[in-house]
Write a protein that binds this ligand. Structure first.
Ligand code: DGY
Length: 323
């Protein structure tokens, strides 16, 4: 029997590409250049499964490819706001993602940003490398303490809870959160986390607001000018979730007006473009979407896709089936 044909849209860790190549009739993207809409459509017309990543748009236009041959989308990443799930379902496609395996890694990065922006370490590093440092002095580059401050979580899913555990146990932080789908009691046991009735309550009370809800229509610009106006002038925003949950222009204005003290960002509204004013602000830390970027995690994500497509082609329900 011939092997199912799969198209991998970007470079994946070598070990995973090897496994895919052994198991499937695999088309790799060795140049790692993002595929155009026409190339994506072609993939859906010619392959049995398409394996995109979170930076590939799999929208209604891409999914209007005819005749549609593909039956499966095995996405590399936990977020799925890049895929039009309704259009995929209507086109008869099964879609899977890669939850769980990147939880700890992303939580580590949220804490990294929180510490960096509070303790001014991006700015400090630039200062030292630029040979501007003239020596220790009591008033030099004073940041904000992190320990015993209040961490406000927008969303209380797996990644938020992993951040809460680090913050509560490692930094004695007080945890507050809002989630329209609150976690089970047993999932937040030991975190001493207090539920807020609205995101607004979190904005008003937190010293650090960290974003952990999914992207998409429901959360688009959830953090806007009104949210920034409600936040303490000493507060910091941390975003490792999705760029368009935050109104980036409103963030620029809030930072310019001093409505908040700073921001630690891993994701942006129009990746890979970052709003120019943010790049010039010393109280903003900008990372290039590195949340899950460790060797171990990227391998685990790849293996999770392999598991999902293996199940699909064996006639079983993939573990991480979304639709
Ligand atoms: C995801 O998986 O959704 C992250 O944004 C990339 O790891």
């Amino acid at each position: 029997m011939s092997k199912p044909k799969i198209v991998v849209t970007r470079r994946w860790p070598e070990q995973i590409e090897k496994i895919l190549t052994q198991k499937y009739d695999t088309q790799l993207n060795v140049d790692d250049v993002p595929m155009t809409v026409a190339e994506m459509q072609d993939a859906f017309r010619t392959a049995d499964a398409v394996l995109p990543t979170v930076s590939d748009k799999v929208d209604a236009e891409v999914l209007s490819a005819t005749p549609m041959k593909a039956k499966m989308i095995g996405s590399f990443g936990v977020g799925f706001n890049h895929i039009d799930l309704e259009a995929a379902k209507a086109a008869g496609l099964t879609v899977s993602n890669t939850p769980e395996v990147l939880t700890e890694c992303t939580a580590d990065l949220a804490m990294t940003l929180l510490l960096m922006v509070a303790r001014r370490t991006g700015e400090g590093e630039r200062h030292a490398r630029n040979k501007e440092w003239t020596g220790w002095r009591p008033t030099h580059m004073m940041g904000s303490s992190v320990h015993h401050k209040t961490l406000g979580l927008i969303g209380m899913g797996r990644i938020a809870r992993a951040v809460a555990a680090r913050a509560a146990h490692g930094f004695a932080m007080e945890i507050i959160y809002h989630d329209p789908f609150p976690p089970r009691k047993e999932d937040i046991a030991g975190l001493n986390a207090r539920q807020c009735n609205s995101p607004q309550e979190v904005f008003e009370q937190a010293d650090f607001v960290s974003v952990h809800c999914p992207g998409g229509k429901e959360t688009y610009h959830l953090i806007d000018a009104t949210a920034f106006a409600a936040m303490k002038p000493s507060a910091f925003l941390i975003n490792t979730a999705r760029g368009d949950i935050v109104d980036e222009q409103a963030l620029v204005v809030a930072l310019q007006k001093g409505e908040i003290a700073g921001a630690g960002l891993d994701v942006y509204e129009s990746e890979p473009r970052i709003s120019e004013p943010l790049l010039g602000m010393e109280n903003v830390v900008t990372l290039p979407h590195l949340g899950s970027a460790t060797v171990e995690t990227r391998l685990a994500m790849g293996m999770r896709v392999v598991e999902n497509i293996d199940a699909f082609f064996a006639g079983k329900t993939p573990r991480d089936k979304l639709v």
